[in-house]
Design a protein around this ligand. Structure first.
Ligand code: NAD
Length: 353
């Protein structure tokens, strides 16, 4: 048996592949285009593992995806592949439409063709799980209830609009063609192997390098944070027991302002990596910068459907997860140095042209 994971060299996909192979003997076919965000260093421990089959390629490449499905006959496809960085989507939305909308459409068509050729028993067991974001729901005011699965889609950035479009395609392929699709909408993830352009790794690494810690606006934007391993366990649970056609919100009940997150990281670094000058505190490096255009003020996830129907619970609180994350970055300076220097890109170019 095997599963096909797309985007498995990225932050969440990489953690998912590592977790999956730590718990299962099922082969993982990992299709990833190795964009700037894909990093095979994350999967170094699997280099000699025959259960991990890495293929560099695009989810939008019908010929390649058709061939992979025919060769490996996976019982499930889990789609992590996406352009995922909101700031990049503001400066260059084209790639987001290409991968998140057109790429998802092509993937759906390949999977539909494959699924149609399975035996009845295989068709009934097959699942396509699409990993999406809470940002499709738009922004909340301070007094609004957290997003449920029935919240209206109101995406505000090119990133969230492209993810919303992909969710709608998934929904339509289920309703129109009967494809057994599951969709998860998750809050902000954090944890090991996070590309350093995102808030939490950026703050840890800038703090250690003595650089400013940039915070958009006044830092009052609220996000709901989930430790990445908890997201992976939720995906496994939905894959195992979710009802096709349903969507499941995934969140950690950890609403924090961006400023609180940064201050928490600074306090942990003061404890775990004190500066040479004992009077210095990392929080002194905080620097407020002009706000991002169209910045959503608050996201919050109501994950009770997943808890009630499938019995999933996150293992980490924000305090325990952020402590693990800071400690991980301190202990994995080689991974960080490789990403920061771009050395992993040289490796990719050498091996994949
Ligand atoms: P990421 O940017 O770290 O990884 C994305 C991966 O997809 C990279 O390895 C990249 O090389 C690959 N990729 C990009 N375009 C591709 C294409 N056309 N074909 C094949 N591979 C391609 O992103 P992430 O943070 O790991 O997010 C994974 C998924 O989870 C995304 O769909 C994202 O929308 C969703 N999500 C992320 C978060 C979060 O906080 N990071 C929260 C909720 C949902």
């Amino acid at each position: 048996m095997s599963i096909l994971v797309t985007g498995g060299a990225g932050f969440i996909g990489g953690n998912f592949v590592l977790d999956w192979l730590a718990q299962s003997d099922e082969t993982v076919v990992n299709l990833d285009a190795l964009s700037y965000a894909g990093n095979l260093d994350t999967l170094k421990s699997l280099e000699q593992d025959p259960r991990h089959v890495f293929v560099r390629g695009d989810i939008g490449d019908r010929v390649l995806v058709d061939a992979l499905l025919a060769e490996h006959r996976p019982r499930a496809v889990i789609n992590f592949a996406a352009e995922s960085h909101v700031d990049r989507s503001i400066h260059g939305p084209g790639d987001f439409i290409q991968t998140n909308v057109v790429g998802t459409f092509n993937l759906l068509e390949s999977v539909r063709g494959y699924w149609g050729q399975l035996t009845d028993a295989e068709r009934a067991a097959f699942r396509l799980l699409h990993v999406s974001t809470d940002e499709v729901y738009g922004s909340l005011s301070p007094d609004d209830a957290p997003f449920t699965e029935n919240h209206r889609y109101q995406p505000n950035s090119p990133y969230s609009a492209s993810k919303a479009a992909s969710d709608h395609l998934m929904r339509a392929w289920h309703h129109t063609y009967g494809l057994p699709v599951l969709t998860t909408n998750c809050s902000n993830n954090y944890g090991p192997y996070h590309f350093p352009e995102k808030l939490i790794p950026l703050v840890i690494l800038n703090a250690l390098a003595g650089k400013p810690l940039p915070i958009y606006g006044d830092g009052s934007q609220v996000r709901d944070w989930l430790y990445v391993k908890d997201h992976c366990s939720a995906i496994r649970r939905v894959l195992e027991a979710g009802t096709p056609g349903e969507t499941y919100n995934v969140g950690g009940w950890n609403e924090k302002t961006n400023l609180d997150v940064v201050k928490t990281i600074c306090a942990l670094l003061d404890e775990l990596a004190p500066q040479a000058d004992p009077t210095r505190r990392y929080a002194e490096q905080i620097a407020f910068v002009a706000d991002r255009p169209g910045h959503d003020s608050r996201y919050a996830i109501d994950a009770r459907k997943l808890e009630r129907e499938l019995g999933w619970r996150p293992q980490e609180t924000f305090d325990s997860g952020i402590r693990k994350t800071v400690a991980w970055y301190l202990q994995h300076q080689d991974w960080v140095a490789n990403v920061s220097s771009g050395a992993y890109r040289d490796w990719v170019n050498q091996h994949y042209g």
